[in-house]
Ligand binder design. Structure first.
Ligand code: KE4
Length: 411
């Protein structure tokens, strides 16, 4: 396996050292192959909002398994999942299931281009939307972590169709639309960005984005693969009361199994094959096991409505880090909303790609290992978000806050 991993960000290349192997996970903890227990703030990059291996999700998969693993036909599980997604996200009138966030955003871009008959798209520096060619331009997450935000292998002709703008900058948006009249098919954005660290844009920015895309006939795509069902039951669009034209989902809706989805206005979605000319497909799309796991995860969210509890855990963590850094006289930013957070070692408020890069990545690497040595696992990159689950409540979050404080004290 190149680099010993199946996904680059897992390789610890930007924080140094070698990644550990995990043999089991439950609740807020990972159990490594050499029997260490780690309090996990990666949560398999977002899906594990109920903690790992939740009994309800495990039972749902086991029950579905009794009927087989894959049918390749319409099945009741995918109908129930579609009904849950449409219920949680009123902007989604119709939805198509797929197998990853990358597939969801790639398909949404193709659909936007097919619907508008325009070729250019706008994305933002530092936003990561998976690894399809049009979107690996100034990307965040692992692409940024490993210093190749523009991937090799993407033809210049493809890259020319992707306009990259600074995040959180209305003037840049206005200029881009003025410079490309009638040519922009869509704008895709992480409405709260989790792939250059965690960034919430300035108040009014998303509303402006909605207004200017509508004015120019460009579709607004919210990539809520990470924030969907995490920031709120209905994602950032519920919290910010913005209605995008299309939404991309993933992670939590798979309950830990491979799932992605995209959906939105029916008039746009009906351009998809077999109804319309935009082709999109997948052998395992709507897979019954993955649907059963996701249905259990979403149903549990509906029953528990854990968002206030998760936000309290996030604030407990944020306050512990801020207090320790203050005591040490160490500049730090700890953006946090609900169960998402990140830690930037900089005095500069982080509001976009450029200010995220003012964070001291070397100091972050030291902090990362100081926490890991004490049994707390953060994302192995200064350019990722941290995730908290309901399973962190109580002992795990208390222990983690102690560890964060001592790790900062000893930096
Ligand atoms: P996947 O193809 O990895 O399922 O989803 C891609 C994707 C799309 N949109 C957003 C906002 C995302 O955060 C992601 C994937 N997130 C990364 C972590 N930042 C996945 C971890 C990894 O690449 O290993």
């Amino acid at each position: 396996m190149p680099g010993g991993v199946n996904s680059p960000v897992r390789a610890f290349r930007s924080v140094g050292g070698a990644p550990f192997f995990v043999k089991a996970a439950r609740g807020a903890t990972l159990i490594t192959a050499d029997d260490r227990e780690l309090i996990d703030f990666v949560c398999t990059w977002g899906p594990a909002i109920h903690g790992h291996n939740h009994p309800r999700i495990k039972a749902a998969i086991a029950a579905a398994l009794e009927n087989g693993t894959s049918f390749g036909t319409p099945n009741p599980y995918e109908v129930e999942m579609a009904e849950l997604i449409v219920k949680f996200f009123p902007s989604i009138q119709k939805v198509r299931m797929c197998n990853s966030g990358t597939e969801a955003t790639m398909s949404a871009i193709r659909l936007a281009r097919g619907f508008t008959k325009r070729d250019k798209i706008i994305k933002f520096s530092g936003c990561y939307h998976g690894h399809s060619d049009s979107l690996l331009i100034k990307a965040g997450s692992g692409a940024l972590t490993h210093g190749n935000p523009d991937s090799a292998g993407v033809p210049a002709s493809f890259a020319r169709e992707t306009v990259v703008l600074p995040y959180n900058n209305p003037a840049a948006l206005a200029a881009a639309f003025a410079a490309n009249p009638g040519q922009i098919a869509c704008v895709i954005i992480e409405p709260y960005c989790g792939n250059v660290g965690f960034i919430i844009p300035d108040a009014g920015y998303l509303a402006y984005l909605r207004e200017i895309t509508a004015k120019h006939g460009a579709l607004l795509i919210f990539d809520e693969v990470m924030t969907g069902f995490r920031i709120a039951k209905g994602g950032v669009q519920e919290r910010e009361k913005i209605i995008p034209d299309l939404t991309c989902l993933g992670k939590i809706i798979g309950g830990g199994l491979p799932v992605g989805a995209f959906g939105g206005r029916a008039d746009i979605m009906d351009c998809l094959a077999p109804l319309g000319p935009v082709y999109q497909a997948g052998t395992l799309s709507g897979n019954p096991l993955a649907m059963a796991a996701g249905i259990a995860a979403l149903t549990l969210l509906e029953e528990l409505n854990p968002y206030a509890r998760l936000d309290a855990l996030g604030r407990q963590l944020r306050d512990a880090v801020l207090a320790a850094a203050k005591a040490k006289g160490l500049p730090v930013q700890v953006p946090q909303c609900g169960s998402m957070f990140s830690i930037f070692f900089t005095a500069t408020p982080v509001r976009d790609y450029a200010t995220a890069l003012t964070g001291d990545a070397k100091l972050f690497a030291k902090f990362f290992h100081a926490c890991l040595e004490r049994g707390v696992y953060l994302a192995p990159s200064a350019y990722e978000a941290g995730f908290i689950s309901t399973a962190h409540e109580g002992a795990a979050i208390d222990r983690a806050c102690e560890v964060f404080a001592t790790a900062i004290r000893d930096l």
